[in-house]
Write a protein that binds this ligand. Structure first.
Ligand SMILES: [Zn+2]
Length: 63
């Protein structure tokens, strides 16, 4: 079974995308991922607030 998370509530904070999805155990997870080419920042968080905070405070090295 392919693991394709369904992203919901996708928002953009600068170059960073924040989304909520359910992992393979059905638990709500929150991810922040930078879309700037070559940056590679991406992290999962247990709370939406933490993911959005990470997005807002992300200092992208690719400008
Ligand atoms: Zn970045």
């Amino acid at each position: 079974m392919p693991r394709t998370p369904r992203f919901r509530r996708v928002v953009r904070v600068g170059p960073v995308q924040v989304a909520t999805y359910y992992d393979d155990r059905g638990r709500e997870k929150h991810t922040a991922a930078c879309t700037a080419p070559g940056c590679g920042f991406a992290a999962d968080y247990d709370s939406r607030a933490a993911a959005e905070l990470a997005a807002r405070t992300h200092r992208c090295r690719v400008r």
